[in-house]
Design a protein around this ligand. Structure first.
Ligand code: HEC
Ligand code: HEC
Length: 325
Protein backbone atom coordinates (compact mmCIF):
# COMPACT_ATOMS: atom_id res chain seq x y z
CA UNK A 1 0.00 0.00 0.00
CA UNK A 2 2.67 2.53 1.12
CA UNK A 3 4.81 1.51 -1.82
CA UNK A 4 1.88 2.25 -4.13
CA UNK A 5 1.37 5.71 -2.65
CA UNK A 6 5.05 6.54 -2.99
CA UNK A 7 4.91 5.39 -6.60
CA UNK A 8 1.89 7.60 -7.34
CA UNK A 9 3.53 10.57 -5.59
CA UNK A 10 6.72 9.99 -7.55
CA UNK A 11 4.85 10.02 -10.85
CA UNK A 12 2.79 13.07 -9.87
CA UNK A 13 6.04 14.83 -8.95
CA UNK A 14 7.59 13.94 -12.28
CA UNK A 15 4.48 15.11 -14.13
CA UNK A 16 4.47 18.47 -12.30
CA UNK A 17 8.19 18.95 -12.84
CA UNK A 18 7.74 18.18 -16.55
CA UNK A 19 4.90 20.71 -16.82
CA UNK A 20 7.02 23.37 -15.10
CA UNK A 21 9.91 22.69 -17.46
CA UNK A 22 7.58 22.89 -20.47
CA UNK A 23 6.18 26.20 -19.13
CA UNK A 24 9.66 27.64 -18.59
CA UNK A 25 10.73 26.60 -22.10
CA UNK A 26 7.51 28.00 -23.64
CA UNK A 27 7.87 31.26 -21.72
CA UNK A 28 11.49 31.69 -22.76
CA UNK A 29 10.70 30.90 -26.41
CA UNK A 30 7.87 33.42 -26.33
CA UNK A 31 10.06 36.32 -25.06
CA UNK A 32 10.85 37.47 -28.59
CA UNK A 33 7.51 36.93 -30.30
CA UNK A 34 7.40 38.80 -33.58
CA UNK A 35 4.44 40.98 -34.54
CA UNK A 36 3.38 42.33 -37.90
CA UNK A 37 2.44 45.97 -38.43
CA UNK A 38 2.72 48.20 -41.47
CA UNK A 39 5.46 50.81 -41.69
CA UNK A 40 3.78 54.24 -41.89
CA UNK A 41 4.73 56.02 -45.09
CA UNK A 42 6.52 58.94 -43.43
CA UNK A 43 9.82 60.67 -43.92
CA UNK A 44 11.58 63.14 -41.62
CA UNK A 45 11.86 66.66 -43.02
CA UNK A 46 14.54 69.33 -42.55
CA UNK A 47 12.01 72.16 -43.01
CA UNK A 48 12.43 74.47 -40.01
CA UNK A 49 8.69 75.05 -39.49
CA UNK A 50 8.04 71.29 -39.41
CA UNK A 51 10.89 70.79 -36.92
CA UNK A 52 9.49 73.65 -34.80
CA UNK A 53 6.08 71.93 -34.66
CA UNK A 54 7.80 68.68 -33.60
CA UNK A 55 9.77 70.45 -30.87
CA UNK A 56 6.60 72.10 -29.60
CA UNK A 57 4.83 68.72 -29.42
CA UNK A 58 7.78 67.00 -27.70
CA UNK A 59 8.20 69.61 -24.96
CA UNK A 60 4.53 70.66 -24.84
CA UNK A 61 1.34 68.63 -25.33
CA UNK A 62 3.12 65.39 -26.35
CA UNK A 63 5.20 65.59 -23.12
CA UNK A 64 8.02 63.32 -24.39
CA UNK A 65 10.33 65.26 -22.05
CA UNK A 66 8.31 64.20 -19.01
CA UNK A 67 9.58 60.62 -19.47
CA UNK A 68 12.55 60.83 -21.86
CA UNK A 69 14.15 63.92 -20.27
CA UNK A 70 17.56 63.31 -18.66
CA UNK A 71 16.78 62.43 -14.99
CA UNK A 72 19.82 64.51 -13.91
CA UNK A 73 18.15 67.58 -15.42
CA UNK A 74 14.79 66.89 -13.79
CA UNK A 75 14.80 70.18 -11.86
CA UNK A 76 15.19 72.13 -15.11
CA UNK A 77 12.52 70.00 -16.81
CA UNK A 78 10.15 70.75 -13.93
CA UNK A 79 10.72 74.45 -14.57
CA UNK A 80 9.56 73.89 -18.15
CA UNK A 81 13.00 74.06 -19.78
CA UNK A 82 13.96 72.00 -22.82
CA UNK A 83 16.27 69.26 -21.53
CA UNK A 84 18.08 66.55 -23.53
CA UNK A 85 15.88 63.54 -24.33
CA UNK A 86 18.67 61.11 -23.45
CA UNK A 87 16.49 58.80 -21.32
CA UNK A 88 17.32 56.62 -18.34
CA UNK A 89 14.37 57.23 -16.02
CA UNK A 90 13.26 53.92 -14.47
CA UNK A 91 9.68 52.77 -14.03
CA UNK A 92 9.90 50.31 -11.12
CA UNK A 93 6.95 47.97 -11.60
CA UNK A 94 6.19 44.77 -9.61
CA UNK A 95 6.97 42.66 -12.69
CA UNK A 96 9.84 44.60 -14.27
CA UNK A 97 12.14 47.59 -14.17
CA UNK A 98 11.54 49.53 -17.37
CA UNK A 99 14.09 52.13 -18.49
CA UNK A 100 12.94 54.98 -20.72
CA UNK A 101 15.07 54.99 -23.89
CA UNK A 102 17.54 57.57 -25.20
CA UNK A 103 15.75 59.18 -28.18
CA UNK A 104 18.51 61.54 -29.25
CA UNK A 105 20.12 60.64 -32.61
CA UNK A 106 23.27 59.10 -31.11
CA UNK A 107 24.38 56.16 -33.28
CA UNK A 108 25.31 53.72 -30.49
CA UNK A 109 23.07 54.59 -27.57
CA UNK A 110 20.17 56.49 -29.13
CA UNK A 111 17.88 56.23 -32.16
CA UNK A 112 20.58 57.14 -34.72
CA UNK A 113 20.46 53.74 -36.39
CA UNK A 114 16.67 53.47 -36.57
CA UNK A 115 14.91 54.47 -39.79
CA UNK A 116 12.09 57.06 -39.80
CA UNK A 117 9.63 54.28 -40.58
CA UNK A 118 10.83 52.11 -37.68
CA UNK A 119 10.32 55.01 -35.24
CA UNK A 120 6.92 55.77 -36.79
CA UNK A 121 5.82 52.13 -36.52
CA UNK A 122 6.85 52.00 -32.84
CA UNK A 123 4.84 55.13 -32.04
CA UNK A 124 1.77 54.28 -34.13
CA UNK A 125 1.52 50.50 -33.90
CA UNK A 126 3.50 49.70 -30.74
CA UNK A 127 5.85 47.34 -32.57
CA UNK A 128 9.51 47.80 -31.71
CA UNK A 129 12.17 48.08 -34.42
CA UNK A 130 13.14 44.43 -33.71
CA UNK A 131 9.54 43.27 -34.29
CA UNK A 132 8.68 42.53 -30.64
CA UNK A 133 5.71 44.15 -28.88
CA UNK A 134 6.42 47.53 -27.34
CA UNK A 135 5.14 48.33 -23.85
CA UNK A 136 2.12 50.60 -23.99
CA UNK A 137 3.58 53.70 -22.35
CA UNK A 138 3.04 56.06 -25.28
CA UNK A 139 -0.47 57.08 -26.30
CA UNK A 140 0.31 58.48 -29.75
CA UNK A 141 -1.31 55.77 -31.91
CA UNK A 142 -3.84 58.21 -33.40
CA UNK A 143 -1.43 61.11 -33.98
CA UNK A 144 -1.83 62.46 -37.55
CA UNK A 145 0.77 61.73 -40.24
CA UNK A 146 1.64 65.42 -40.21
CA UNK A 147 2.33 65.57 -36.47
CA UNK A 148 4.13 62.22 -36.37
CA UNK A 149 6.35 63.46 -39.20
CA UNK A 150 6.98 66.70 -37.26
CA UNK A 151 7.95 64.78 -34.11
CA UNK A 152 10.35 62.48 -35.97
CA UNK A 153 11.82 65.45 -37.89
CA UNK A 154 12.49 67.15 -34.56
CA UNK A 155 14.01 63.96 -33.05
CA UNK A 156 16.44 63.85 -36.01
CA UNK A 157 17.40 67.51 -35.53
CA UNK A 158 18.52 67.10 -31.90
CA UNK A 159 22.11 67.13 -30.72
CA UNK A 160 23.13 63.45 -30.24
CA UNK A 161 23.81 62.57 -26.59
CA UNK A 162 25.88 59.49 -25.80
CA UNK A 163 24.10 57.86 -22.90
CA UNK A 164 23.70 54.11 -22.58
CA UNK A 165 20.37 53.26 -20.97
CA UNK A 166 20.21 49.85 -19.20
CA UNK A 167 18.12 47.11 -20.82
CA UNK A 168 14.71 46.51 -19.24
CA UNK A 169 14.89 43.99 -16.36
CA UNK A 170 11.93 41.64 -16.66
CA UNK A 171 11.32 39.48 -13.56
CA UNK A 172 10.01 35.87 -13.74
CA UNK A 173 6.34 36.92 -13.44
CA UNK A 174 6.96 39.66 -16.02
CA UNK A 175 8.33 37.05 -18.42
CA UNK A 176 5.12 35.05 -18.13
CA UNK A 177 3.09 38.23 -18.74
CA UNK A 178 5.33 39.08 -21.67
CA UNK A 179 4.98 35.56 -23.14
CA UNK A 180 1.19 35.45 -23.09
CA UNK A 181 -0.36 38.88 -22.51
CA UNK A 182 1.68 41.72 -24.04
CA UNK A 183 0.41 42.63 -27.49
CA UNK A 184 1.14 45.73 -29.52
CA UNK A 185 -1.48 48.50 -29.22
CA UNK A 186 -2.31 50.38 -32.42
CA UNK A 187 -4.61 53.15 -33.64
CA UNK A 188 -8.33 53.15 -32.77
CA UNK A 189 -9.34 53.64 -36.41
CA UNK A 190 -8.19 55.29 -39.60
CA UNK A 191 -5.54 57.90 -38.70
CA UNK A 192 -6.07 61.30 -40.36
CA UNK A 193 -3.25 62.71 -42.49
CA UNK A 194 -3.58 66.13 -40.87
CA UNK A 195 -6.01 68.23 -38.86
CA UNK A 196 -6.62 72.00 -38.95
CA UNK A 197 -4.89 73.67 -36.01
CA UNK A 198 -7.45 76.10 -34.68
CA UNK A 199 -9.41 76.79 -31.50
CA UNK A 200 -12.32 74.44 -32.23
CA UNK A 201 -13.56 71.60 -30.04
CA UNK A 202 -12.58 69.23 -32.89
CA UNK A 203 -8.94 70.18 -32.51
CA UNK A 204 -9.28 70.08 -28.69
CA UNK A 205 -10.60 66.53 -28.98
CA UNK A 206 -7.56 65.54 -31.00
CA UNK A 207 -5.13 67.01 -28.44
CA UNK A 208 -6.99 65.51 -25.44
CA UNK A 209 -7.26 62.02 -26.94
CA UNK A 210 -4.38 61.53 -29.38
CA UNK A 211 -1.54 63.74 -28.14
CA UNK A 212 -1.72 64.83 -24.49
CA UNK A 213 -3.48 61.72 -23.12
CA UNK A 214 -5.88 63.70 -20.90
CA UNK A 215 -8.32 60.83 -21.51
CA UNK A 216 -5.79 58.27 -20.25
CA UNK A 217 -5.61 59.66 -16.72
CA UNK A 218 -8.96 61.42 -16.36
CA UNK A 219 -10.95 58.19 -16.95
CA UNK A 220 -11.30 55.50 -14.30
CA UNK A 221 -9.49 52.31 -15.37
CA UNK A 222 -8.71 48.80 -14.32
CA UNK A 223 -5.04 49.19 -13.43
CA UNK A 224 -4.19 45.64 -14.53
CA UNK A 225 -5.58 45.86 -18.06
CA UNK A 226 -5.82 49.62 -18.61
CA UNK A 227 -9.44 49.19 -19.81
CA UNK A 228 -11.89 52.00 -18.94
CA UNK A 229 -14.26 51.13 -16.10
CA UNK A 230 -15.88 54.57 -15.90
CA UNK A 231 -17.12 57.19 -18.37
CA UNK A 232 -14.41 59.05 -20.32
CA UNK A 233 -13.12 62.25 -18.68
CA UNK A 234 -15.27 61.69 -15.56
CA UNK A 235 -12.13 61.14 -13.44
CA UNK A 236 -11.68 58.86 -10.44
CA UNK A 237 -8.56 57.02 -11.56
CA UNK A 238 -6.41 56.28 -8.51
CA UNK A 239 -2.75 56.90 -9.26
CA UNK A 240 0.49 56.70 -7.30
CA UNK A 241 1.77 59.90 -5.75
CA UNK A 242 4.67 61.27 -7.79
CA UNK A 243 6.65 62.10 -4.64
CA UNK A 244 5.57 59.58 -1.96
CA UNK A 245 3.98 56.56 -3.65
CA UNK A 246 4.24 54.43 -0.52
CA UNK A 247 2.07 56.66 1.63
CA UNK A 248 -0.15 58.58 -0.77
CA UNK A 249 -2.37 58.06 -3.79
CA UNK A 250 -4.01 60.69 -5.91
CA UNK A 251 -7.35 60.68 -7.70
CA UNK A 252 -7.96 62.41 -11.02
CA UNK A 253 -10.74 65.02 -11.07
CA UNK A 254 -13.84 64.88 -13.24
CA UNK A 255 -13.31 67.14 -16.28
CA UNK A 256 -16.83 66.89 -17.72
CA UNK A 257 -19.04 70.03 -17.45
CA UNK A 258 -21.15 68.69 -14.61
CA UNK A 259 -21.73 70.66 -11.38
CA UNK A 260 -19.68 67.91 -9.71
CA UNK A 261 -16.84 68.45 -12.22
CA UNK A 262 -13.64 70.31 -11.35
CA UNK A 263 -13.99 72.78 -14.23
CA UNK A 264 -17.56 73.78 -13.45
CA UNK A 265 -17.79 77.57 -13.54
CA UNK A 266 -14.22 78.08 -14.80
CA UNK A 267 -13.89 80.77 -17.49
CA UNK A 268 -11.63 80.15 -20.48
CA UNK A 269 -9.21 82.69 -19.00
CA UNK A 270 -9.09 80.83 -15.66
CA UNK A 271 -8.46 77.57 -17.50
CA UNK A 272 -5.52 79.07 -19.40
CA UNK A 273 -4.14 80.67 -16.23
CA UNK A 274 -4.33 77.33 -14.41
CA UNK A 275 -2.13 75.75 -17.06
CA UNK A 276 0.38 78.62 -16.94
CA UNK A 277 0.72 78.01 -13.20
CA UNK A 278 2.06 74.46 -13.67
CA UNK A 279 2.07 71.88 -10.89
CA UNK A 280 0.46 73.00 -7.62
CA UNK A 281 0.00 69.66 -5.82
CA UNK A 282 3.47 68.07 -5.56
CA UNK A 283 1.95 64.53 -5.49
CA UNK A 284 0.45 65.07 -8.94
CA UNK A 285 1.77 62.88 -11.77
CA UNK A 286 0.10 65.13 -14.39
CA UNK A 287 2.81 66.45 -16.75
CA UNK A 288 2.07 70.08 -15.82
CA UNK A 289 5.56 71.40 -16.72
CA UNK A 290 5.11 70.28 -20.33
CA UNK A 291 1.46 71.30 -20.50
CA UNK A 292 2.24 74.77 -19.10
CA UNK A 293 4.06 75.37 -22.41
CA UNK A 294 0.95 74.77 -24.52
CA UNK A 295 -0.18 77.69 -26.67
CA UNK A 296 -3.22 79.81 -25.78
CA UNK A 297 -4.97 78.57 -28.91
CA UNK A 298 -4.47 74.92 -28.02
CA UNK A 299 -5.74 75.55 -24.48
CA UNK A 300 -8.79 77.35 -25.89
CA UNK A 301 -9.51 74.31 -28.07
CA UNK A 302 -9.16 71.99 -25.06
CA UNK A 303 -11.46 74.20 -23.00
CA UNK A 304 -14.09 74.13 -25.74
CA UNK A 305 -13.82 70.39 -26.15
CA UNK A 306 -14.08 69.60 -22.43
CA UNK A 307 -17.13 71.87 -22.18
CA UNK A 308 -18.74 70.06 -25.12
CA UNK A 309 -18.62 66.69 -23.33
CA UNK A 310 -21.70 65.07 -21.87
CA UNK A 311 -21.87 66.13 -18.18
CA UNK A 312 -21.28 63.13 -15.93
CA UNK A 313 -22.05 63.38 -12.26
CA UNK A 314 -19.06 62.06 -10.33
CA UNK A 315 -17.78 64.07 -7.43
CA UNK A 316 -14.18 63.41 -6.44
CA UNK A 317 -14.16 64.79 -2.91
CA UNK A 318 -10.52 64.24 -2.01
CA UNK A 319 -7.73 64.42 -4.56
CA UNK A 320 -4.84 63.32 -2.34
CA UNK A 321 -5.59 60.26 -0.19
CA UNK A 322 -3.45 58.49 2.39
CA UNK A 323 -2.79 54.80 1.65
CA UNK A 324 -3.17 54.02 5.35
CA UNK A 325 -6.92 54.45 5.67
C1 HEC B 1 4.90 57.91 -20.03
C2 HEC B 1 6.29 57.89 -20.42
C3 HEC B 1 6.65 58.16 -21.87
C4 HEC B 1 6.28 59.24 -22.66
C5 HEC B 1 5.37 60.41 -22.30
C6 HEC B 1 6.96 59.07 -23.92
N1 HEC B 1 7.71 57.92 -23.91
FE1 HEC B 1 8.77 57.14 -25.47
N2 HEC B 1 9.21 55.48 -24.38
C7 HEC B 1 8.83 55.26 -23.07
C8 HEC B 1 9.22 53.91 -22.67
C9 HEC B 1 8.97 53.27 -21.32
C10 HEC B 1 9.86 53.34 -23.79
C11 HEC B 1 10.38 51.91 -23.91
C12 HEC B 1 9.22 51.10 -24.48
C13 HEC B 1 9.56 49.67 -24.81
O1 HEC B 1 10.73 49.27 -24.73
O2 HEC B 1 8.63 48.93 -25.18
C14 HEC B 1 9.84 54.35 -24.84
C15 HEC B 1 10.38 54.16 -26.11
C16 HEC B 1 10.39 55.12 -27.11
C17 HEC B 1 10.97 54.93 -28.43
C18 HEC B 1 11.69 53.68 -28.92
C19 HEC B 1 13.17 53.87 -28.74
C20 HEC B 1 13.99 52.67 -29.05
O3 HEC B 1 15.22 52.82 -29.03
O4 HEC B 1 13.44 51.59 -29.28
C21 HEC B 1 10.77 56.10 -29.13
C22 HEC B 1 11.22 56.42 -30.55
C23 HEC B 1 10.05 57.00 -28.25
N3 HEC B 1 9.84 56.38 -27.03
C24 HEC B 1 9.68 58.29 -28.59
C25 HEC B 1 8.84 59.09 -27.81
C26 HEC B 1 8.31 60.37 -28.26
C27 HEC B 1 8.63 61.02 -29.59
C28 HEC B 1 7.51 60.83 -27.26
C29 HEC B 1 6.67 62.10 -27.22
C30 HEC B 1 5.85 62.39 -28.41
C31 HEC B 1 7.55 59.86 -26.18
N4 HEC B 1 8.36 58.81 -26.55
C32 HEC B 1 6.86 59.97 -24.98
C33 HEC B 1 8.16 56.15 -22.25
C34 HEC B 1 7.55 57.34 -22.68
C1 HEC C 1 -0.48 61.34 -16.05
C2 HEC C 1 -1.86 61.60 -15.69
C3 HEC C 1 -2.54 62.88 -16.16
C4 HEC C 1 -2.60 63.39 -17.45
C5 HEC C 1 -1.93 62.85 -18.71
C6 HEC C 1 -3.45 64.54 -17.38
N1 HEC C 1 -3.87 64.74 -16.09
FE1 HEC C 1 -4.99 66.33 -15.42
N2 HEC C 1 -4.73 65.70 -13.51
C7 HEC C 1 -4.12 64.52 -13.12
C8 HEC C 1 -4.14 64.44 -11.66
C9 HEC C 1 -3.59 63.29 -10.85
C10 HEC C 1 -4.79 65.60 -11.18
C11 HEC C 1 -5.06 66.01 -9.73
C12 HEC C 1 -3.84 66.71 -9.15
C13 HEC C 1 -3.57 68.05 -9.76
O1 HEC C 1 -4.43 68.94 -9.67
O2 HEC C 1 -2.48 68.23 -10.33
C14 HEC C 1 -5.13 66.37 -12.38
C15 HEC C 1 -5.78 67.62 -12.34
C16 HEC C 1 -6.25 68.29 -13.45
C17 HEC C 1 -7.01 69.53 -13.40
C18 HEC C 1 -7.45 70.27 -12.14
C19 HEC C 1 -6.42 71.28 -11.70
C20 HEC C 1 -6.83 72.03 -10.45
O3 HEC C 1 -6.22 73.06 -10.18
O4 HEC C 1 -7.73 71.57 -9.74
C21 HEC C 1 -7.27 69.88 -14.70
C22 HEC C 1 -8.04 71.11 -15.16
C23 HEC C 1 -6.69 68.88 -15.54
N3 HEC C 1 -6.07 67.94 -14.76
C24 HEC C 1 -6.76 68.86 -16.93
C25 HEC C 1 -6.04 67.99 -17.74
C26 HEC C 1 -5.97 68.13 -19.18
C27 HEC C 1 -6.73 69.14 -20.01
C28 HEC C 1 -5.10 67.16 -19.61
C29 HEC C 1 -4.59 66.94 -21.02
C30 HEC C 1 -4.00 68.13 -21.66
C31 HEC C 1 -4.67 66.40 -18.44
N4 HEC C 1 -5.27 66.94 -17.33
C32 HEC C 1 -3.79 65.32 -18.47
C33 HEC C 1 -3.55 63.58 -13.94
C34 HEC C 1 -3.34 63.73 -15.32
Amino acid sequence: MIKKIIKVLKWTGIAIATLIIILIITVSFRQNLQFEAPYPDLKASTDSSIIARGRYLAYGPGHCADCHGDPNSRELMLKGQEVALSGGMPFKLPIANIYVRNITPDMETGIGKLTDKEIARMLRYGVRPDGTAGLNFMPFHDMTDEDLTAVISFLRSQQPVKHKVPDHEIFAMGKVVNAFLIKPVGPSGEVPKSIPRDTTATYGKYIANSVANCVGCHTNRDMMTGAAIGPEFAGGLKMESAVDPENYSILTPNLTPSPSGRLYGWSQEQFIQRFRQGRVIPHSPMPWPSFSRMSDDELKALYKYLNSLKPISNEIKEIVVSNKK
